[in-house]
Write a protein that binds this ligand. Structure first.
Ligand SMILES: Nc1ncnc2c1ncn2[C@@H]1O[C@H](COP(=O)(O)OP(=O)(O)OP(=O)(O)O)[C@@H](O)[C@H]1O
Ligand SMILES: CC(C)(CO)[C@@H](O)C(=O)[O-]
Ligand code: BAL
Length: 400
């Protein structure tokens, strides 16, 4: 190896063999002086790290996110960390999945807090014996030459030169839009976008895709790029965005991707608050009054699932949609009658976007008698004030 590792509480790498590059890496300490999480911002550094992992035979899991982390994200990372020696969490607010009228500029960005949260869930440092078991020696690492005074101003928070530590189980890949979209063109107004778009036709136009017509194009495009950049052995997505996760399985299958394979694209259950509300970064937009009302979506989907459990396969898709919708309409009426009581959600505007019941493989809506052996999804979206919330429940199958 060319480089050597330096231990510091917060550090960065700015240099590569043969010359100075932009600051690319930041190592975060876990408080005991050892670098634990490394932040990578460029493709080159990611690829060097990935090659090293492959050369050492270390399996890599990826957890794509847009940051503003919560317990749902942390559960995805915990699972990947528990299954694989190396995990990459991507933090990238992807412009292409936001239509021009959507909330790209106000989307919560909490990078420093995200890093602290991730640091706090990391397991204690592996013992030298454990590291050797992973095929990693204490002295192995990516290394970089000495700190440079001419480092990029875009990385002021980074204090010295440091490489990416292969011993760190968690890597953060937080690229800028120019890294993910090197053609640097228009990314939100897709009528004027030049470059590659990945479209999973037949799965991307319904439900979330009907309400947000460019959403899945943006997601499919950026996830293809993430898969190409990280080449993960395994990928982790949340059930909260079930249509997204299932569509991505279709994508890796149809594009013949091997990193990950469809069966290595894992979907983990939705993490909820005590009220049943699915955790979501956008919940940060909700006022106390809106937060009070927001579990209604989970209650409405639960009502439909309970009806199916009670009545069995003779019940129709239409019955379930209507039972679920009823709960939301009732809540709208209740809000109107208590409209001055903020503590009970009074004054909150509640708007139904859709409730749907669909086949988990084809995304075909289910109508008429459902039958006893169907594997389906009950999904919905509502607006609470200006905030759009989604949720779903599975019937006849579980995520894996
Ligand atoms: N409550 C949750 N439980 C499990 N997984 C989740 C949960 N919330 C988000 N995820 C998953 O985390 C990954 C990253 O999601 P993302 O960064 O968009 O967060 P989010 O909370 O879904 O944000 P948003 O509010 O924009 O929908 C996705 O795979 C998503 O499904
Ligand atoms: C998968 C994803 C990271 C793509 O930007 C995003 O859609 C998300 O966070 O769910
Ligand atoms: N979790 C989905 C990301 C989005 O709504 O843009």
């Amino acid at each position: 190896m060319l480089f050597s590792i330096r231990r510091a509480s917060s550090s960065s790498a700015s240099v590569v063999r043969g010359g100075i590059r932009k600051m690319i890496v930041r190592n975060i300490s876990n408080g005991n002086g050892a670098p634990r999480i490394s932040v990578i911002r460029t493709l080159g550094q990611l690829r060097r790290w990935r090659k090293e992992a492959r050369d050492k035979g270390l399996e890599v899991g990826v957890v794509p996110t847009m940051g503003a982390l919560h317990e749902g994200h942390l559960n995805l990372v915990r699972t990947s960390l528990s299954r694989h020696p190396l995990t990459v969490m991507t933090l990238f607010v992807n412009p292409m999945q936001f239509a021009p009228h959507e909330d790209l500029s106000s989307y919560p960005r909490t990078f420093e807090r995200d890093l602290s949260l991730l640091q706090s869930i990391l397991p204690p440092l592996a013992s030298p014996r454990q590291m050797r078991g992973l095929g990693v020696s204490e002295h192995d690492s990516f290394r970089s030459p000495q700190p440079s005074s001419s480092s990029s101003s875009s990385s002021k928070s980074v204090s010295s030169s440091e490489g990416v530590n292969i011993n760190s189980p968690l890597i953060i890949f937080a690229p800028t839009p120019d890294v993910m979209y090197p053609l640097k063109g228009e990314l939100q107004d897709l009528n004027n976008h030049k470059g590659v778009e990945v479209d999973v036709k037949g799965w991307a136009e319904v439900m979330e895709g009907a309400s947000r017509p460019q959403f899945f194009k943006g997601v499919a495009t950026v996830c293809t790029k993430i898969f190409n950049a990280v080449e993960p052995d395994h990928a982790y997505f949340g059930q909260k965005d079930i249509q997204q996760a299932l569509l991505l399985r279709i994508l890796v299958k149809d594009l013949l991707l091997s990193h990950p394979t469809p069966s290595n694209l894992h979907i983990l259950p939705t993490t909820r608050s005590e009220t049943g509300l699915a955790l979501s970064s956008r919940n940060a937009y909700l006022s106390p009054s809106e937060l009070y009302v927001s579990p209604v979506l989970y209650r409405s989907l639960s009502a439909a699932r309970e009806l199916y459990m009670a009545e069995g396969g003779d019940i129709t898709g239409e019955d379930l949609i209507s039972a679920s919708t009823r709960v939301i309409l009732d809540e709208q009426e209740r809000i109107l009658s208590t409209f001055t009581k903020e503590s009970e959600g009074g004054g909150t505007e509640l708007q139904l976007d859709y409730i749907e019941i669909f086949d988990k493989d084809t995304f075909e809506p289910i109508r008429g008698p459902i039958g006893d052996k169907r594997q389906f999804v009950l999904a919905g979206a509502i607006r609470v004030g200006k905030t759009r919330l989604i949720d779903n429940l599975l019937v006849g199958w579980e995520v894996d």
